[in-house]
Design a binder for this molecule. Structure first.
Ligand code: ADE
Ligand code: ZN
Length: 335
């Protein structure tokens, strides 16, 4: 099964690029930039990755990304991730980034985006990946701050495949960002949002109604309201589920308690993703493998999940046809 899941052409639709920062690169960038880290070794960093909830993770996540200062840092971060993803059979990567977290440290938007776009071109050229860029707003900051970032990003609107919404969910409902997402809609930029990760099912409904999103990141708590599940199914709204993340952030106790099988039975459009692979124990392949161990799904089920991701990814029609054909060939060679 490992061999099959590796070969399967997988798309990563829910990845915070800052969450792909491995401790080794964190130290290398800290040295390069003359930054003192509160750890004395790579092992000490890894040992600190024990989380009680989303907020306890976010505290370390924002601290870790403070080593990113120059466009080369953002380039190296993304390339480091692309190489690992490519090695595990990932063919398309949609990377979210958190511009406000860098702007407040004095790192310009142009520094961030120039480094990321350069890596995306390099990943396409050298590794044959396709890529997409998602600008995420921090929901624990004000709506005005988010709107300000969206306007600042004007030179890059064309380069953005979507805007998203992340960070601390409790107390920061989607409706808080209705005006920002309306502005993105006017600009013709697609919209997605984290909802129903730690927050209630009502936030999933709000993201659909107030933000007009085309995908929900996580969304696992939709199961607490049957009417929300019905809406997601009827409108074929995809969920980008991140099982290892949900275990590490204690959204669920154990992989075996993960609601993925129930979500599948409910007829939802599901995809499997990594969220923050450096913090949660692995990339897309590890997430597929964790599902294999916990649920023993058939190859057809895994192929369907990979197909869902290709169907709903931000990519050209030509690229989608090419990757769907690769997926068909992978399944046929296996029959
Ligand atoms: N930012 C990075 N990872 C996140 C997650 N799992 N939920 C919300 N915000 C995030
Ligand atoms: Zn996320």
């Amino acid at each position: 099964m490992r061999e099959f899941l590796t070969r399967l052409p997988k798309a990563e639709l829910h990845l915070h690029i800052e969450g792909s920062l491995e401790p080794e690169l964190m130290f290398a960038l800290a040295n390069r930039n003359g930054i003192e880290l509160p750890y004395d070794s790579v092992d000490a960093v890894r040992a600190a990755y024990e989380f009680d909830d989303l907020q306890s993770f976010l505290d370390l996540y924002y601290q870790g990304m403070s080593v990113l200062r120059t466009a080369d840092d953002f380039f190296d971060l993304a390339m480091d991730y692309f190489r690992r993803a490519h090695a595990e059979g990932v063919v398309h990567v949609e990377l979210s980034f958190d511009p406000q977290a860098h702007l407040s440290r004095g790192v310009e938007l142009s520094t961030q985006i120039d480094g990321l776009l350069r890596a995306m071109r390099e990943g396409e050229r050298k590794l044959g990946l396709s890529t997409a860029l998602i600008l995420s707003f921090l929901r624990d900051r004000s709506a005005e701050d988010a709107l300000d970032v969206l306007e600042k990003a004007a030179p890059y609107w064309e380069a953005l495949d979507a805007v998203g919404l992340d960070s601390a969910e409790f107390g920061n409902p989607p409706s808080k960002f209705a005006a920002v997402f309306e502005r993105a809609r006017e600009l013709g930029i697609p919209r997605i949002a984290h909802a129903g990760e730690e927050g209630p099912a009502s936030y999933v409904r709000e993201a659909l109604e107030s933000l007009d999103v085309c995908r929900i990141d996580h969304g696992v708590r939709c199961l607490e309201d049957a009417s929300v599940v019905d809406t997601l199914r009827d409108r074929r709204i995809p969920l980008t589920v991140c099982p290892l993340s949900n275990v590490r952030l204690k959204v669920v106790e154990d992989m075996r308690d993960h609601p993925l099988p129930t979500l599948l039975d409910a007829g939802l459009v599901l995809t499997i993703n990594s969220d923050d692979p450096a913090y949660f124990g692995g990339g897309v392949l590890d997430n597929y493998l964790a599902c294999h161990e916990a649920f023993e799904w058939s190859r057809e089920t895994f192929a369907q999940l990979a197909r869902n991701a290709l169907n709903v990814a931000f990519m050209s029609d030509a690229r989608r046809r090419e990757l769907l054909a690769e997926l068909d060939a992978c399944q046929a060679s296996d029959a």
